[in-house]
Write a protein that binds this ligand. Structure first.
Ligand code: ADP
Ligand code: MG
Length: 313
């Protein structure tokens, strides 16, 4: 089976794809007996398969040209896989301890092969809801943000490095999976489709009546209405939206909420940077801290007899 043009994979065709792809089949020792392929199915946007063989494992993530959890009615470019692969490589080079390694990237198929973050890794949001305390999380995520944001900004680079257009070098890097340092400022301007999505769902929709807004109705109807009618708040948000669109400060993750981090008690791995672009550092830092604040205020609601959610010191 040839994979010369894009097509969505399923368990069966993925097996054929792996057989035809040395960088993947070598990860499982070219042994296809007892190979298990399982679609994880909890992603909002893409398809993620866990592939486990007798002598190795990896994850395959494929982007389709629409948003998975909504369907074909909300198109979204499958080129997002390209920007996710670039960001994983750039950030992975700067902070290998906290970014999964990329084994393979196929732009035609919008497909990434990467390290399988094996159990007990779970999505951080699930861990926080379960009341698990992560003693190393603050140090790990701070290191991730410091390395990726500082090193891709003008605090570290010269203006010449920051703005140079390395398209040719980038293509070589992607195809050969080489690990030279790349500066991708101009290239990431191509991810404007996903930036527009953020502009809409983070900076516009919550402040007006919009098709995809959700809240616990009728309990929060008054609160949602108060947000829509708060002109001072909307002016502040408009300022932040300008900054998001205008400020090319660093290569940000672009979607750094607690659903984009996988953890164990001693490992912290940042996944899913498909919204990456050169934007304001505060967007990553604010998304993560904002998610922690939400988790903090949700703890009372999750308390039970076994775990009262009081801080244990
Ligand atoms: P989406 O972009 O569709 O949100 P994600 O990258 O967030 O996709 O992945 C969806 C789910 O797949 C994650 O919540 C996680 O459970 C699982 N997953 C993704 N990447 C890995 C990985 N490298 N190792 C293990 N599980 C992963
Ligand atoms: Mg995700």
């Amino acid at each position: 089976m040839a994979f010369t043009e894009f097509r969505p994979l399923d368990d069966k065709s993925l097996r054929e794809y792996i057989k035809a792809t040395p960088s993947l089949s070598s990860k499982i020792g070219d042994n296809f007996d007892n190979l298990t392929i399982k679609e994880v199915g909890d992603g909002n946007l893409n398809f993620v398969y866990i592939v486990i063989g007798a002598s190795g494992s990896f994850v395959i993530k494929q982007a389709l040209p629409y948003i998975r959890c909504i369907g074909e009615s909300w198109p979204m470019t499958k080129e997002r896989a390209y920007f996710e692969a670039l960001a994983l490589k750039e950030h992975g080079q700067l902070c290998p301890d906290h970014v999964p390694e990329v084994y393979h990237f196929d732009r035609t198929m919008s497909l990434i092969g990467m390290r399988y973050l094996e159990p007990p890794h779970i999505i951080l949001r699930k861990g926080l809801i379960a009341g698990i305390e992560y003693p190393l999380l603050a140090a790990h995520i701070s290191e991730y943000m410091a390395r990726t944001l500082f090193c891709t900004s003008l605090l570290y680079r010269s203006t010449t490095e920051h703005k140079r257009d390395d398209l040719v070098e980038v293509l070589v890097v992607v195809n050969k999976a080489s690990f030279e340092l790349t500066h991708l400022f101009a290239e990431f301007c191509g991810n404007m489709g996903l930036c527009r999505h953020t502009e809409q769902v983070v900076f516009s929709d919550p402040y007006k009546v919009s098709e995809y807004n959700r809240w616990n109705s009728p309990y929060l109807d008054r609160d949602a209405e108060a947000v829509r009618e708060d002109n001072i708040l909307k002016l502040e948000i408009a300022e932040l939206k300008s900054t998001f669109c205008e400020r090319t400060q660093a290569l940000i993750h672009g979607d750094l909420h607690t659903g984009s981090v996988m953890v164990t008690l001693d490992s912290t791995q940042v996944i899913d940077p498909e919204f990456a672009f050169y934007g304001p550092m505060g967007f990553d830092i604010g998304a993560f801290v904002g998610n922690l604040i939400l988790a903090f205020f949700a703890q009372d609601g999750h308390a039970n007899e076994g775990n009262d959610r009081k801080v244990s010191l």
